[in-house]
Design a protein around this ligand. Structure first.
Ligand SMILES: Cc1cc2nc3c(=O)[nH]c(=O)nc-3n(C[C@H](O)[C@H](O)[C@H](O)COP(=O)(O)OP(=O)(O)OC[C@H]3O[C@@H](n4cnc5c(N)ncnc54)[C@H](O)[C@@H]3O)c2cc1C
Length: 480
């Protein structure tokens, strides 16, 4: 009897212990599988490590800025440590100008197509920041945070002004492939919104469905998507087709992975020249019949009821939606002289070594003109003349003034104060210097007399510009 009773209690105890153990384990186990973070565009779960959304197929890296929270603090804690350069892997185009600009050997080097900073050598003086043609480098102190100023947009690239979208480099992300993807996605969203039956607009205005401003990679892809979706559209460009790419002096472009272009298919350009990229775009435009209104600078955009009024000096357009794809290079001020639109005239200068051994004329008297002159004067065999209509450098930083005065004294730069350009030809520039007509032998002219910055334009339109902190750039994958 005793044994039976003891056996009963032992068995009951064992059953209870097993039950309690299972219960305890059960409560420790997750009730549900952890949910994958949602794709900002379609909401499908994106498993960690996936580059593309399994739902809508969109590359997730283009949402990096959109998803980053707006910074409210002026700085995150006290700045501790030495200033140092940070390279944004998603903007670096692998040109190596930063390496050439840096006075500390080894502080910044090229690792394949990506510039990398050696924190132990970098002194954070920022010459690489000034050298970088695409704004991919900043100097920071303390935690490796890269603070960027960007227009506030949502995952469909729509700004705080309903119906006004921003795509491409203007939104803060560099590279041709990102611009192409964003242009397409913004217009896809517009098409879906308009298809869902937005109340119609005043037909007397003859408003098109979408006006696309800019015909770089982002604007072209937006235009092609509008064409593919059967939307009425207008593409407005201040210069010529794909003006930014057309104007850069680079021989090689890197688009190391295919990017799908509406109505064309995969574009895959690796180590090809800008000329071949332009040729592909011109062929696509010709084959699809996409209409681009070139030579029309958009100066203002107003909301008029349910539509937008888009003003250029040559025409006014009305549209139900607007996609701004104007890049970050702004609108340079022109001299208004004959020959100014020639291929040997630039308004921005990048990659100084493209002008080695050439006869250069720089026009302007501010910091950007002086910095261009100094960059060119450092190239082997390059002859540099600076033309400025003023009497002296009254507006430049002290540091730039010292540098240029030294270069003039050393005979590396010739300066023509009180001079004005009259005409630019293929191999000479005609100018008036102290009242006398002068003909200057010349290969290239760089005009650096200011202009309208794109963010000033956005602020005028009422677009909110915010600061965002991006994660340490070293964690970015370089894909193209
Ligand atoms: C020297 C250099 C080398 C580069 N190399 C590479 C590379 O190898 N690979 C790569 O992926 N990227 C490279 N890039 C970056 C790449 O060119 C840009 O990321 C890309 O062109 C951005 O495209 P976007 O359409 O946003 O803007 P953009 O190409 O800048 O196009 C903007 C267009 O809008 C027009 N516009 C501006 N304002 C107005 C207005 N008010 N009204 C009407 N039109 C307007 C401009 O004329 C321009 O045609 C390089 C850039 C530079 C400067």
């Amino acid at each position: 009897m005793l044994y039976t009773t003891l056996g009963f209690f032992a068995l009951t105890g064992l059953v209870m212990w097993l039950h309690l153990r299972d219960h305890a384990q059960g409560s420790r186990a997750p009730a549900v599988r952890p949910v994958d973070p949602p794709c900002p565009r379609c909401g499908a779960g994106v498993p960690p490590g996936s580059t593309f959304c399994p739902g809508c197929g969109v590359p997730q890296q283009i949402f990096e800025i959109v998803s980053a929270p707006v910074s409210v603090a002026a700085a995150d804690g006290p700045a501790v440590g030495n200033p140092r350069a940070l390279v944004r892997a998603d903007m670096c185009v692998g040109c190596g100008v930063c390496v050439a600009s840096c006075p500390v050997p080894g502080a910044i080097t090229m690792q394949g197509k990506l510039a990398q900073v050696d924190d132990t050598l970098c002194q954070g003086h920022g010459e690489c920041v000034r050298g970088c043609p695409v704004g991919a480098i900043s100097v920071t102190v303390g935690t490796a945070v890269n603070r960027v100023s960007v227009p506030l947009i949502d995952a469909n690239f729509e700004t705080n002004i309903p119906g006004l979208y921003i795509v491409g480099e203007l939104g803060g992300r560099g590279l041709i492939k990102n611009a192409i993807n964003e242009g397409k996605l913004a217009v896809d969203h517009i098409a879906r919104v308009l298809e869902s039956g937005v109340p119609n607009i005043d037909s007397a205005t003859h408003a098109v469905d979408v006006a696309i401003v800019g015909s770089g990679p982002a604007g072209l892809s937006a235009g092609l998507e509008a064409l593919r979706r059967g939307l009425s559209y207008v593409v407005i460009e201040q210069g010529s087709l794909a003006d930014t790419v057309r104007k850069y002096p680079r021989q090689k472009l890197l688009l190391a992975e295919p990017v799908a272009i509406p109505l064309y298919g995969d574009l895959w350009i690796a180590d090809s020249s800008k000329e071949s990229l332009l040729q592909v775009w011109e062929t696509i435009v010709a084959n699809t019949g996409l209409i681009v209104h070139t030579g029309a600078r958009v100066e203002n955009i107003h909301r008029e009821g349910a539509t937008f009024r888009i003003e250029t000096p040559v025409a006014t357009y009305h549209a139900r939606r607007v996609v701004l794809a104007i890049g970050r290079r702004g609108t340079p001020r022109h001299l208004g002289v004959q020959g100014e639109e020639r291929d040997n005239v630039f308004y921005d200068i990048v990659e100084m070594e493209a002008f080695v051994g050439k006869r250069m004329l720089v026009v302007g008297g501010g910091d950007s003109a002086v910095e261009s002159v100094m960059g060119l004067a450092n190239q082997k065999g390059t002859e540099v003349v600076l033309s400025y209509r003023g009497e002296s450098f009254s507006r430049v930083k002290e540091r730039n003034r010292e540098k240029i005065e030294k270069a003039i004294a050393a005979g590396r730069v010739k300066i023509l104060f009180r001079s004005e350009i009259r005409e630019i030809r293929s191999d000479v520039v005609v100018l008036e210097h102290e009242g006398n007509a002068t003909i200057l032998p010349n290969d290239y002219t760089i005009i650096r007399i200011g202009g309208d910055a794109p963010y000033a334009f956005l602020e005028r339109l009422g677009v909110r510009i915010v600061q965002k902190d991006l994660p340490s750039p070293t964690s970015h994958a370089r894909t193209g």
